[in-house]
Design a protein around this ligand. Structure first.
Ligand SMILES: *Cc1c(COP(=O)(O)O)cnc(C)c1O
Length: 432
């Protein structure tokens, strides 16, 4: 394993001070585990502000940012139209607990962009969206079992944490303490990219249509189509968790890119423009089974919050089809540059791309599932490379199990700087 101690990045003084204070009052110093930098054997930079493609830490260092709030900031940080919309909404009140016009506009915007999404319910996090999608699928089918894929992350509700990808993978956990066996006894975990056999006990198959929480693992040809027909034969519902891919791969999300229509969708990240907002949507006959119309209960004090809907609408308004083509072109250039830079340093590398998403596997093998992702992460090369990139002013995700997020604010010069940094960083890592 590479020795991270010889890689020259450590957080600045103020970040270190804040982290010391944080660990005394916040478990692990962070409010979401991967932010702690544990898997890259360091401690985090604390952010003071961000603009466009860049974040600035409290010590005044700036980084070209490929985290972008885990994909929530597709226009780039602090986009002026988002800021204006949020400020205007805030001036009218921050929450009412009563319906608003913006909720209707946002639901209309999503339903008109996504084929097969007839109705939408807004919530505040992706976790809530997937949790409710599963409850709705069980309520609608009268069945209990849920099939999920190893390495796919669907938030942190009890029943979906098994073999969870993302932070669960980062921490090397099989699942989580505090989840009773009874909570996961109806969750079946199967390998990604293999169509499972389903029987009539299965309520739903939930899947990231392009897996983006174990690095990026594209669906092999036939996988999503196979899930669709297996669900149809078994009478189970197909749920696409598009919390990352929705309004990231295309306006119509992964369902439109891959041409497979699920029964239910979940969205998050992009659609809130960096303010807490997520949603579940899908077929009208299913969505009408949610309370208050139907028997499947769901609610939320801050659901459809006016600051979040204002931000979301401002983002969706800008996301015409050509924006996704632009973003895909930036990602294609970046991925090709990273591949070339890292492989010419003699390191094994795979840079999978799905239109506007990419990730880095330091592996000579194509990764198709969670086992492959874990094997690629085990070399420790990601950690060394990550730290060497931070030292050169480029922030990738602090875990080998995450993907890279470009924004529409990333310019050609940012991409070229990133590739130059990657050439140097890879050479340094190769010397270790
Ligand atoms: C981020 C994510 C979630 C969870 O969303 P939160 O808003 O963090 O609760 C669910 N599914 C996928 C695919 C995600 O990437």
């Amino acid at each position: 394993m590479a020795d991270p101690a010889s890689v020259a990045w450590s957080p600045g003084l103020r970040s270190r001070q804040l982290f010391d204070e944080a660990v005394a009052v916040i478990p692990g110093g962070v409010n979401s585990p991967v932010r702690a930098f544990g898997s890259v054997r360091s401690t985090p930079y604390f952010v003071r502000r961000a603009h466009g493609a860049r974040v600035e830490d409290v010590d005044g260092n700036t980084y070209i940012d490929y985290v972008q709030s885990w994909g929530a900031s597709i226009l780039g940080h602090a986009h002026p139209e988002v800021l204006t919309a949020v400020a205007a909404a805030a001036a009218l009140g921050t929450s009412y607990g009563a319906p608003t016009e913006a909720e209707v506009l946002l639901a209309q915007a999503v339903c008109s962009a996504v084929d097969g999404c007839d109705m939408l319910r807004l919530v505040s996090s992706g976790t809530e969206a997937t949790m409710t999608a599963v409850r709705l699928a069980r309520g609608a089918t009268g069945r209990d079992k849920v099939v999920k894929f190893a390495g796919c992350y669907h938030g942190h509700s009890d029943g979906l944490l098994a073999a969870g990808g993302s932070g669960v993978a980062t921490l090397g956990l099989p699942g989580s303490a505090g989840v009773p066996a009874s909570a996961v006894s109806d969750t079946l975990v199967v390998p990604y990219n293999v169509v499972p056999d389903l029987d009539d006990s299965v309520a739903a198959v939930i899947v990231e249509p392009a897996a983006a929480n174990m690095g990026l693992v594209p669906p092999v040809p036939g996988f999503l189509e196979g899930l669709r027909s297996a669900c149809d034969s078994a009478g189970a519902l197909l749920v696409f968790d598009e919390v990352i891919t929705g309004f990231r791969l295309a306006r119509g999300g992964a369902a439109s890119v891959f041409g497979v229509r699920p029964d239910l969708f979940t969205f998050g990240k992009v659609i809130g423009g960096g303010v807490p907002l997520a949603a579940l949507g899908g077929r009208k006959d299913l969505m009408e089974q949610l309370s208050p119309l139907g028997a499947v209960y769901q609610a939320g004090t801050l659901s459809g919050n006016p600051l979040a809907t204002a931000a979301g609408l401002a983002v969706l308004r800008r996301l015409s089809d050509d924006r996704f083509d632009e973003l895909a072109a930036v990602v294609a250039r970046l991925a090709a540059g990273l591949r070339e830079a890292i492989s010419s340093a003699g390191l094994p590398v795979e840079v999978p791309v799905v239109r506007t998403l990419f990730s880095l596997f330091f592996s000579a093998e194509t990764v198709r599932d969670y086992e492959g992702a874990k094997a690629a992460a085990s070399s420790g090369l990601y950690t060394s490379f990550f730290l060497a990139m931070l030292a050169r002013g480029v922030a990738f995700a602090p875990s080998p199990y995450e993907v890279g997020f470009c924004s529409l604010a990333h310019e050609e010069a940012d991409v070229e700087r990133t590739i130059d940094a990657a050439s140097e960083a890879a050479r340094q890592v190769a010397l270790q």
